[in-house]
Design a protein around this ligand. Structure first.
Ligand SMILES: NC(=O)c1ccc[n+]([C@@H]2O[C@H](COP(=O)([O-])OP(=O)(O)OC[C@H]3O[C@@H](n4cnc5c(N)ncnc54)[C@H](O)[C@@H]3O)[C@@H](O)[C@H]2O)c1
Length: 357
């Protein structure tokens, strides 16, 4: 049995299909006899590529297997995908398929956005984080040495095909990092979801199929709702960046080796809660509630002493949300009451970070 969520974006609509197998039959008409480049990495390809190839008997398949890791989400990997597209002679009516976590989803999407000024692509996300967040909504891109996701484009996929059984092979730390992004939805506008996460912690951590499916369906609906209201992040979609400005700085400060993305977002949310408290937007309970939730899932909620607050603030200056030199951050008036705060002083940010050690 599969769950089906439709993303409606005016002139473009596409399905998110949540299943417990790889099944592309609903796309067979679109893919019939087309050239399809499968993009994956050295970790995921040995696990799932053969199964996926057998599920795609109706098209002409090619592969591009990249090195694994956030440090490879860069111009070189993007160029390797473009070289594969050139080698297989992929034309405007052909298709790319990403098979992997958020890194592969973002890079494949960006290659699809740039090849011949835009070709279709399908997301097959295989981490919890990419199934509930990265594969949905059309943000594609790569990192620049100066900062995360600085190069990219909005390019919506043709479909997102989620196979929940792929989570069985995901290392536990990666799985838990995905929970960091799930908790983000509770912080933005879904306070009841925080209770659901606490109540279902055992089922989630034991990878109970029914609980996982509900987790994924709920999160996909939360994200779909925000993306439908604001596809190009002119307003409300920016709320999805809760914890991310701090988080991206944490990732860059540790050369993408210290924190997984979802872990950095988790700690970033604590910093956002502390800053919200210090600026008088909420009481101190918010940070405590978030910390309890994060601690329950063994996610980080305190900053390592070795990371200087000054370095994080310097890195935050390069964030895409900085406008005319002023910091714009997602803060909270309470759990589930996120808002866009403009003109935040660096000194206040520094104090909040220091209070999270
Ligand atoms: N575009 C968006 O809207 C959006 C949203 C959130 C995050 N992101 C991006 O997503 C990235 C993080 O994604 P991620 O957390 O999935 O990291 P990731 O892509 O690096 O995957 C994590 C690790 O798990 C491995 N892996 C993937 N699936 C596996 C499986 N089923 N079994 C075993 N191993 C598996 C990967 O090879 C990798 O080593 C970041 O670059 C972030 O910027 C994008």
């Amino acid at each position: 049995m599969s769950d089906h969520i439709q993303i409606n974006l005016g002139d473009h609509q596409y399905p998110l299909i949540i299943n417990n197998a790889f099944n592309f039959s609903c796309l067979s008409k679109r893919l019939q006899d087309k050239k399809v480049l499968l993009v994956s990495n050295e970790t995921v390809a040995p696990l799932y590529l053969d199964e996926i190839k057998s599920a795609l008997p109706f098209c002409q398949l090619f592969e591009c297997i990249l090195p694994d890791g956030e440090q490879h989400k860069n111009l070189l990997s993007w160029e390797l995908i473009l070289n594969s597209l050139a080698d297989c002679g992929l034309t405007r009516t052909d298709v790319l398929i990403s098979i992997g976590g958020g890194v592969i989803c973002d890079m494949t999407g960006f290659a699809a956005a740039s090849w011949m000024r835009g070709v279709d692509f399908i997301q097959v996300p295989t981490t919890l984080l990419s199934q509930i967040d990265a594969s949905i909504g059309g943000k594609t891109g790569i990192n620049h040495p100066r900062g995360k996701n600085l190069i990219g484009a909005f390019h919506q996929p043709l479909a997102v095909m989620i196979n929940t059984t792929t989570l069985q092979t995901l290392p536990q730390r990666e799985f838990v990092a995905g929970i960091g992004e799930a908790i983000k939805y509770a912080g933005i506008n879904q306070p009841d979801f925080a209770h659901w996460l606490s109540d279902n912690q055992t089922g989630i951590m034991s990878l109970d199929d029914e609980v996982l499916r509900e987790l994924i369906v709920r999160c996909c609906r939360f994200k779909a709702d925000l993306v439908e209201q604001d596809e190009k992040e002119q307003g409300i979609r920016a709320l999805l960046n809760l914890g991310h400005t701090f988080g991206h700085a944490l990732e860059a400060a540790t050369a993408y080796q210290g924190y997984l993305h979802g872990e950095a977002v988790a700690l970033g949310m604590v910093m956002a809660a502390e800053l919200s408290f210090q600026l008088g937007f909420c009481d101190s309970e918010l940070r405590k509630t978030l910390e309890r939730l994060l601690r329950g899932f063994k996610l980080p909620y305190r900053l390592k002493k070795s990371i200087a607050a000054e370095q994080l603030v310097e890195l935050m200056r390069l964030d895409k949300k900085v406008q005319s030199g002023q910091h714009r951050l997602i803060l909270m008036k309470g759990l589930g009451q996120a808002f866009i705060a403009k003109g935040i002083e660096e000194n206040d940010i520094l104090n909040a970070i220091r209070a999270c050690v």
